[in-house]
Design a protein. Structure first.
Length: 95
């Protein structure tokens, strides 16, 4: 089993989040540095986490389908994109 990490997150016009461009920091050995999300009530913390969790479910679906058809799992840089009128969500994971 390979481990994947959140690398980048871009959210625009989603609920109270007008614009968020997040790039995760990594240690020299490739492990992620801790990421702490803070803010007042109603500023979009839960929405951010919800999009990250939703993208993990979508990634799991893709991996399951790929495993069924090829008997192996291959990870790649995966973008989960949701575009609605004036709304953009992009979540990027790396292994």
């Amino acid at each position: 089993m390979k481990i994947i990490y959140l690398s980048d997150c871009l959210i625009e016009n989603a609920g109270p989040i007008e614009s968020l461009d997040l790039t995760a920091s990594f240690n020299v050995d490739g492990t992620p540095k801790p990421l702490v999300i803070v803010g007042k009530n109603g500023t979009g913390k839960s929405i951010l986490l919800s999009y990250i969790v939703d993208s993990l479910f979508e990634l799991a679906k893709k991996i399951s389908c790929q495993k069924i058809y090829s008997n192996q799992i291959t990870f790649w840089l995966t973008k989960i994109v949701s575009i609605e009128p004036k709304k953009l969500i992009r979540i990027l994971f790396v292994q």
